[in-house]
Design a protein. Sequence first.
Lengths: 154, 659
Amino acid sequence: MTRKQRRLTLIALAGSVLTVAAGLVLYALSDRIVFFNTPSDIEAKAPAPGQRIRLGGLVVEGSLVKETGGSVRFAVTDGGASVSVAYHGILPDLFREGQGVVTEGVLEASGDFAADTVLAKHDENYMPKEVADALKEQGVWRQTEDAAATSVTQ
Amino acid sequence: MIAEIGHFALVLALVLALAQSTVPFWGALRGDSRLVATAPTLALTQFLLVGLAFAALVHAYVVSDFSLVNVAENSHSAKPLLYKVTGTWGNHEGSMLLWVLILALFGAFVAAFGANLPDRLKAMVLVVQAWIASAFLLFVLLTSNPFFRLNPVPFDGKGLNPVLQDIGLAIHPPLLYLGYVGCSISFAFAVAALIDGKIDAAWARWVRPWTLAAWLFLTLGIAMGSYWAYYELGWGGFWFWDPVENASLMPWLATTALLHSAVVMEKRDALKIWTILLAILAFSLSLIGTFLVRSGVLTSVHAFASDPTRGVFILAILVLFIGGALALFAARAGALAPGGIFAPISREGALVVNNIFLTAAAATVIIGTLYPLLLEAVTGDRISVGAPFYNLTFAPLVVPLLLLVPFGPLLSWKRGDLGAAAERLMIAFGVALLAGILAFAIVGGGPVLALFGIGLGTWLIAGAMSEVAFRIKLGRAPLGESLRRARGLPRGAYGTSFAHAGVGIMILGLVGTTAWGTETIVTMTQADSVTVGSHTVTLDSFAPRTGPNFVDNVARFTVRRGGAEVAIMEPSKRQFNARAAETTEAAIKTFGFSQLYISVGDIGDDGAATVRIFWKPLVTLIWLGPFVMAFGGLISLSDRRLRVGAPRPARRAAATPAE
């Protein structure tokens, strides 16, 4: 093999790996990403059945119901609409009524949201960024007294 | 007063860093050896000053000096001493000071132990280090100063985030930072070499130990972080493809690639341009990681309080260093002479394949991490990119690489014989096949992919052993001869084998846990029993227990197997006094390499609690693997050849193809 052929072999190899990688990434980005929705988004335009989405907002005060067998139910609102969420498992430590939450799962035909993930945040001052942005859009964002919390969301 | 000394030391360190950035540089340009010689002294003094500042902050935490804003915000007098000390870097300001301290530490190491480096190169490396140090010292002093006073002084602090009150905080961030910041050394070497326009095999030999050290710490840091999240968060997960985790994975992939390409450069004087580029990229990815974590632009389970000015500042540092280095690279790369030639099937070729796959895999992680940012900026859509994305992109790129790993070390330099290598791997292949069949027989089926995974993990381990066995002629020469050869084998060869086997061990753990792990969620009251696999778990009682600064609501479980009691497990809900916060403390019991994992939710008024029980087969291998990998790195690091200053001619290295 000449020097040129050797170089071409390497370039061809690198090119094919990169092409495969790019193809996989493009496919995965069209198919395997999860969109964030607020209850108002869902009310305006329900996601396709079976499509995984993230639902975020404030947990409605007094909506948390513990059912038998480790299942819980609560409602999530963004000030406008609200969606009832069913979840099976242990809620994260920082889950509180009246506070921000992000859940991931599928919207069922009944209009209930079946969540398989409820996201925990490391810091109790922390409002998930998407939730804060969504609440600001709805005009129900309250400035908390804690500087750390507000700086996160600015 | 001590805080003021620390503050002053930090300002002085900045002044010294600025001097170190300019004086030796000027000396190197002018050819003035006296100015060049100032670099090591400046680097050592700078380290002492940053060390003094850090010690002052630790002191403030230990004595609970709440007149410092930083201490009052993040500490509490009732905290155990260990968490007062580790709490120093459990917040943004303190952790950035730790970052700068480790940066200065590496500079001091180069100054103290770089005796085999030419004076000029050593000075240039320290100059580049000082540029980075100046930027970050300025960042700390202007946007993240931990020494600001508070008036009036509060009676007590706000306390440390309860999740961080754990031994993990003592280990994980320092290790990770040693890895992140360690990448700055190879970056400094690359930039120094580009400025000098002189890059050869000797350069690669000097750079390798530093890269190896950074890689080793990064490996341990990531593994520690993963285990910490696993036991602390109570979700039983070990990797979430969270942006902050990706931030550490990206430099790890780049550093791994760099380690391999630097070998080619050292032995064969080839891949120079690529190696330099990787050295720049590895540190760039570390900086991007720091930016992502510290600026708060990404939603992450790691909720670091942050503020936009800091993000902009780090972004400026990022653009300056990455942009500057890449511009320098573009200007100078063309001048580097191409090195030795090699056939596609050869050790060099194998290492190139390694690099192609690793960088492609790193690219998918970068895209997955940054795409949500880009999309939100462009369309306003908010998305999250999680495991499904990476399973489809990252995994298909890594699996072929892992399949090829055992071949690499068995190919000789310049021109390798694939057939001969395959022949030497026949036994390893047989063992891997057997492991897959055995797994099938034991669990009585299971997903095909999982059986393949078990085979893959075993293939890596057996392949790594095959290499050593081949080189010491095990079974083909008298035992005495093999033992003599085993003693004579360079440590680097053992290091390679350990590192590759470590990857295999980790794969076994990943496959075992994901394919055969179970999760049971039930509501239990006293005396209820649940069967999980071959274990029966019984809830005995609930009892509160008081800790130093918290109250534990302990649920006591008895675990039986075949009627015999094998363990008592006590997960709890921990209520902290200082912050109205609670954490879930999981109970974990190890059986062989597998673990039983129990966490409890709130205990209801009716005396019932939601209990989550995981059975995690082979899960400990996930962290044992990286330890074995790091151990391999440590063995390689102790290889005498890495400390020999003068490079041996490439001809002699080529004459011993077994290396």
